[in-house]
Design a protein around this ligand. Structure first.
Ligand SMILES: Cc1cc2nc3c(=O)[nH]c(=O)nc-3n(C[C@H](O)[C@H](O)[C@H](O)COP(=O)(O)OP(=O)(O)OC[C@H]3O[C@@H](n4cnc5c(N)ncnc54)[C@H](O)[C@@H]3O)c2cc1C
Length: 223
């Protein structure tokens, strides 16, 4: 069996042979054989290596590494007070399933604007029960790019699960996750009217056309 070092030596030697025809054929054969062996033998760092590595485990509430109240306070300061501790509105139904507050909640749930304005809720119940909506623990109700950066940095530094939600319409449930920090971009919905420019954006012999720049709250500039 070829060792990794031998495979490497073969690969290197195929590149250093002279230009003779015989040498070229031999090199090609050696190269193919070496490359095939390399796929099995060489430890491949990066994507393949990581795919086979252990699954990533995030910190969850109750874990010793879950951020302290002081750390959450600091994040709150960093994002201009726009950190929300999420409470599911379904709490009222757990307390009293037949009470008026629960009835009223189910009335409100028919209103997509009500659902969209609550970071605990999603607009869809999932594809044929493929997933169950789960609120995050905290949400940064982002209004600026710095808010988003603050939340992402905090999640990375504390190994937290991070989820992003805009309109909460994801059929696949990709905008909610339990035990996570949510970057909630719902409020980043400003659209700046187009600034029409007369820049020439066509080749010299074509007629120039106008380009418009539209700036939206949470995405980049489009033309
Ligand atoms: C009731 C309903 C009606 C629908 N009607 C239509 C329709 O008429 N036409 C149509 O085309 N589609 C429709 N859809 C599908 C919907 O448009 C898509 O599911 C779309 O992805 C929803 O975007 P969202 O931002 O509201 O969803 P979200 O659930 O908030 O986000 C969707 C995905 O984008 C990510 N994301 C959200 N915001 C950001 C951000 N700022 N930066 C980076 N990632 C982000 C989330 O993490 C998630 O993975 C409908 C869905 C529902 C539930």
């Amino acid at each position: 069996m070829l060792s990794s070092r031998r495979v490497l030596r073969l690969l290197i030697s195929t590149r250093s042979h002279g230009p003779g025809r015989e040498g070229v054929d031999l090199n090609r054969r050696q190269l193919i054989r070496a490359a095939g062996a390399a796929a099995f033998l060489l430890p491949v760092p990066g994507i393949f290596g990581r795919a086979a590595a252990q699954p990533v485990s995030r910190v969850r509430p109750g874990d010793p590494a879950w951020p302290s109240a002081a750390l959450w306070d600091r994040l709150k300061r960093d994002v201009g007070g726009r950190l929300i501790e999420i409470r599911s509105p379904f709490g009222v139904c757990r307390d009293d399933p037949v009470g008026l507050p629960c009835d009223e909640l189910f009335g409100e749930l028919k209103n997509p604007y009500y659902v969209g304005d609550d970071p605990a809720l999603t607009q869809t119940a999932g594809w044929v029960d493929a997933w169950t909506a789960q609120p995050s623990v905290y949400a940064v109700a982002a209004e600026t790019a710095a808010d988003v950066a603050g939340a992402v940095n905090f999640a990375r530094d504390n190994n937290l699960r991070l989820v992003v939600k805009g309109g909460s319409h994801s059929y696949l449930g990709t905008s909610n996750a339990p035990a996570s920090l949510l970057v909630w971009t719902r409020r980043m919905n400003a659209i700046t009217p187009p600034r029409v420019s007369r820049r020439r954006v066509a080749p010299r012999r074509c007629r120039p056309f106008r380009s418009a720049r539209v700036r939206s709250g949470c995405t980049s500039t489009t033309r």
